[in-house]
Design a protein around this ligand. Structure first.
Ligand SMILES: C[S@@+](CC[C@H](N)C(=O)[O-])C[C@H]1O[C@@H](n2cnc3c(N)ncnc32)[C@H](O)[C@@H]1O
Ligand code: SF4
Length: 456
């Protein structure tokens, strides 16, 4: 290494060169859009022609797949949430959904042929809203139809305070589930009210006690920052409260106020203090034994989490089951249509529940990824997580990553990335601006599709 200061220090110590002072990478809000996958689902459109799922998967490497089961139900619709979910469904609707899920699983499993699964996740919505017998049936879909034994496959389940009943947890523990993720958002009742998610602290604490009374290798707690009325002190109160249960992981989510949600329909002044709260939360967790893995994910350094079999979200496929789940192959991402408004969500769930097994074996909505988009996806997901390895990229694609993505060079120059051997990694500044960086790395074609999407 030369004695050159790191890009981070260049930023602090010296003015940037003339041409970079106005770099779009450093201006504007860091909070543009959560880039947890690429392309975003608002870039999906009707596929013409529709594709048969067996053909879509025929040429794929199926040795390390991940399986995602999406349950589209919740007790209530939180004021901030635009996930695909129906609040307070009647039980018959849940039964019809699980019956359709069974049909869906059968047809997709047959279409895949020989395949093995390195990861399983149950998300939503809130999977534990399903009454215990239906919940057990949903777990059976994975174990029996897909042959993914939950005790031998890293398995994560999302849950909420009042739906994580002892019966649900006993079932999950008996099957050897490795990770439970509890949506807490805040321990302060006034802040939960401001999120339009009425929630009692006593219920949150009782859920954490119930989870910790059982054997799950990883407990994750989701918290949100940027809530109206939240302060650095009150955010730290939530972090301290969570520490009583020593979660192996914490996800800190900046509040995004989205169209068609309850908060999105109200005027509010959330925007400006998220970055300040992010710094407070990040520094607090770092000084309390957590290492930061991405902008949102913090992992307790001393946590004794078992080694997991290989899975790389950049390279390995994902099989989605359920009306709200996406599936990813190298060249095609597909899903059912998506909505936020209650009537549209209910309509899509009803349609799914009435769909025949044969029809569930088709991909009708999604986006095809050409080679350029495949490389772009690889780079976006890598840069936002563990970093982009120039040598690995060269080996995979026979090309130079900095020539393919000159924006990465600019990100290096302005201090969002640093070199760590052959790996380009986010700096602290890059992490806090990683949602915006992800958007800059999108292709123009995907951005155009996203802009013309109308949320239903
Ligand atoms: C499927 S939910 C978690 C499980 C469960 N449904 C619950 O809410 O308790 C996923 C997480 O995404 C985060 N989230 C969802 N919408 C968000 C938004 N608009 N802004 C910030 N975080 C959000 C929340 O922290 C939430 O816990
Ligand atoms: S945050 Fe969780 S409980 Fe609330 S509506 Fe979204 S998925 Fe459902």
């Amino acid at each position: 290494m030369s004695g050159r200061p790191t890009p981070q220090r260049v930023l602090e110590a010296e003015p940037l060169p003339e041409g970079l002072r106005g770099s779009a990478l450093l201006t504007g809000s860091p909070y543009v859009q959560y880039q947890y996958g690429y392309p975003h689902k608002t870039a999906y459109r009707a596929l013409t022609p529709a594709r048969r799922v067996d053909e879509v998967w025929a040429a794929e490497d199926k040795r390390h797949l991940s399986l995602y089961v999406h349950v589209p139900f919740c007790e209530m619709r939180c004021g901030f949430c635009n996930l695909f979910t129906q609040a307070a469904p009647v039980e018959s609707a849940q039964v019809r959904f699980v019956e359709a899920l069974e049909r869906h699983a059968r047809v997709v499993r047959a279409a895949l042929g020989t395949a093995s699964f390195s990861r399983v996740a149950f998300g939503g919505g809130t999977p534990t809203l399903l009454p215990p017998p239906l919940f057990a049936r949903t777990l059976d879909v994975v174990e029996r139809t897909f042959g993914a034994a939950l005790a031998r496959t890293p398995t994560s389940v999302e849950t909420s305070p009042t739906t994580s009943t002892d019966e649900h947890l006993a079932e999950l523990e008996a099957r050897g589930t490795s990770r439970l993720s509890l949506g807490v958002q805040t321990f302060l009742e006034a802040e939960a009210m401001a999120l339009a998610r009425p929630q009692l602290r006593a219920d949150v604490e009782a859920a954490l006690d119930r989870i910790r009374a059982r054997r799950f290798a990883t407990l994750n707690v989701d918290l949100i920052y940027g809530i109206e009325g939240q302060t650095p002190e009150s955010f730290v109160q939530s972090l301290e409260a969570a520490q009583r249960w020593a979660p192996e992981e914490l996800y800190l989510y900046p509040l995004y106020v989205r169209p068609k949600t309850f908060l999105g329909k109200r005027a509010g002044a959330w925007d400006d203090f998220r970055l300040e709260l992010y710094h407070v939360g990040r520094d607090w967790l770092r000084s309390h034994g957590y290492t930061q893995r991405s902008m949102r994910l913090f992992r307790r350094a001393a946590a004794n989490v078992p080694e997991e079999p290989p899975y790389s979200c950049q390279d390995d496929g994902m099989v989605g089951l359920g009306v709200g789940a996406r599936s990813y192959t190298r060249a095609l991402h597909y899903a059912w249509e998506w909505a936020v408004s209650p009537g549209a969500v209910r309509g899509l769930i009803d349609t799914y529940a009435a769909t025949t097994e044969d029809e569930l074996g088709w991909a009708r909505h999604g986006i095809a990824l050409d080679l350029d988009e495949q490389r772009r996806r690889d780079v976006i997901l890598s840069v936002l997580a563990d970093g982009v390895d120039e040598q690995v990229y060269l080996g995979k694609y026979g090309r130079d990553v900095l020539s393919d993505f000159p924006l990465l060079r600019e990100a290096l120059d302005v201090g969002l990335l640093r070199r760590d051997g052959a790996v380009l990694r986010l700096t602290d500044l890059g992490r806090e601006r990683s949602d915006a960086l992800g958007v800059h790395l999108q292709s123009a074609a995907v951005t155009t599709r996203m802009r013309s999407y109308e949320v239903r």
